[in-house]
Design a protein around this ligand. Structure first.
Ligand code: UD1
Ligand code: CA
Length: 426
């Protein structure tokens, strides 16, 4: 089992935000959360150390509340990436195994790539493997300097590079796999004699070579995986990359997505084949959608939604924490929250499950049996249960449980005043 070190102490000034950089979200999951989950997803991670500094308390609290196998280590002041990693030395004195080092602001790295990376490290009997990538425009990245026999000799930061080194387009992706026992001494020997006056983590490459260790580079296949977040524009771009990846997966699985440029689907949504997702649909959180469903246009699923086969969720329908069984339709202008809805149900346009009491701040459930028909513009005031087969007349406000196969209607009686208009205009 390996350990990870995730660097997240930096300031993130360009985010122009009160929120620490790594707590910004893509589809409701934090940037650092993506990185931890990518490491955990390899099935090889025993423990993750997150190095915190700027707004440390908030990141600490978040990690503690959300990730059991992660802990934070404070780095203060922040003297560079090498200094950041050295913060774990007291915790890993006796550790004998691989440590992978990543950044908390590159959320698009995948478990598959990390697994391949670690396997590459092991199968090459490497002591130190750095992940590299080939960029047409390598500006701002550290460059991989290769020597005789193509071996990796050093990493040179842009600010320290000669014009010739700047032309190298193999860059340091900022992810490393190291044999901890062998590389650990490097962290006590790093120097700050560089352009930025920092302890560079990248100097462990040269150090490793000097010690006669086996140093390798693993070249990344998909450069978007190391896309880093430094600004809100980067955050939007990363969301797009991630979304594209998710849509491609669904398309390959047989889901029809009418307009992939106008559809947003969170990573934790499962969709079965032959379902059609119409444009401007936004799906957040964890959801499960069955076969032959039609979702959208303009549908909003907010998480905790289970939709069985042959269901229609139409335009301006918002669904949250609900199970909707097969052959049920909610085609227009509806809110369904905290609900269990049977099969063969029709939810008329404008129906609302009133699930929230703003005074007590409590949410309650709406339970609807099979084959129930809810007339348009009805309000179902939860907690409420409507038994099988019952019809609710349009514009009704349902505040009590309803028995099976009944009619419930609260509408004011229709009044017709004959010739009323004629009398007005005379
Ligand atoms: C670093 C690499 C560079 C690589 C690039 C990939 C070094 C010296 N350079 O450069 O070769 O191409 O990443 O993105 O490592 N951090 C701390 N504590 C610190 C300093 C940084 O936790 O004292 C964290 C930051 O929050 C960030 C990460 O480390 O998450 C990288 O730091 P940053 O200053 O952005 O490194 P780069 O200059 O991008
Ligand atoms: Ca820097």
């Amino acid at each position: 089992m390996l350990k990870s070190v995730i660097l997240a102490a930096g300031k993130g000034t360009r985010m122009k935000s009160d929120t620490p950089k790594v707590l910004h979200t893509i589809f409701d999951k934090t940037l650092v959360g993506y990185v931890i989950e990518a490491v955990n997803g390899t099935g090889m991670a025993a423990e993750n150390f997150v190095i915190v500094g700027h707004q440390a308390e908030r990141v600490e609290e978040f990690i503690k509340d959300n990730y059991k196998n992660a802990r934070t280590v404070l780095q203060s002041p922040q003297l560079g990436t090498g200094h950041a990693v050295s913060m774990v030395l007291p915790y890993l004195e006796d550790f004998d195994g691989e440590v992978i080092i990543l950044c908390g602001d590159t959320p698009l790295i995948t478990s598959e790539t990390l697994k391949e990376f670690v396997e590459y490290h092991k199968s090459n009997n490497s002591d130190l493997t750095v992940m590299s990538a080939i960029f047409n425009n390598p500006a701002n990245y550290g460059r991989i300097i290769r020597g005789k026999n193509n071996g990796v000799e050093a990493i040179v930061e842009e600010k320290d590079a000669t014009p010739e080194q700047k032309r190298v387009n193999e860059i340091n992706a900022g992810i490393y796999c190291i044999d901890w026992k062998k590389v650990k001494p490097a962290f006590s020997e790093l120097k700050t004699n560089n352009a930025q006056g920092e302890y560079y983590l990248t100097d462990i490459i040269k150090w490793g070579n000097e010690q006669g260790l086996k140093v390798n580079a693993y070249i990344l296949k998909d450069n978007t995986e190391i896309y880093g977040i430094n600004s809100k524009a980067n955050l939007a771009e990363a969301t797009k990359y991630l979304n594209q990846r998710i849509l491609n997966k669904h398309l390959a699985n047989g889901v029809t997505i009418v307009d992939p440029t106008a559809t947003w689907i969170s990573p934790e949504t499962e969709i079965e084949p032959d379902t059609v997702i119409y444009p401007s649909t936004y799906i957040e959180g964890k959801n499960k959608i069955g076969k032959n469903c039609k979702i959208g246009p303009f549908a909003h699923l907010r998480g905790g939604v289970i939709i069985d086969d042959n269901v229609k969720i139409g335009n301006f329908v918002e669904v949250k924490k609900a199970h909707i069984k097969s052959h049920t339709n909610a085609c227009h202008l509806t809110y369904i929250g905290d609900a269990e809805i049977g099969s063969g149900v029709n939810i008329g346009a404008g129906t609302i499950t009133a699930n929230y009491n703003p005074l007590t701040k409590e949410k309650s459930k709406t339970i609807i049996g099979d084959n129930v028909k809810i007339g348009s513009n009805s309000v179902l005031v939860a907690p409420v249960k409507i038994e099988e087969g019952t019809n609710v007349g349009a514009l009704s406000v349902i505040t009590k449980d309803l028995p099976a196969w009944a009619l419930a209607i609260t509408r004011a009686p229709l009044k017709i005043v004959e010739n009323w208009v004629r009398r007005q205009i005379k």
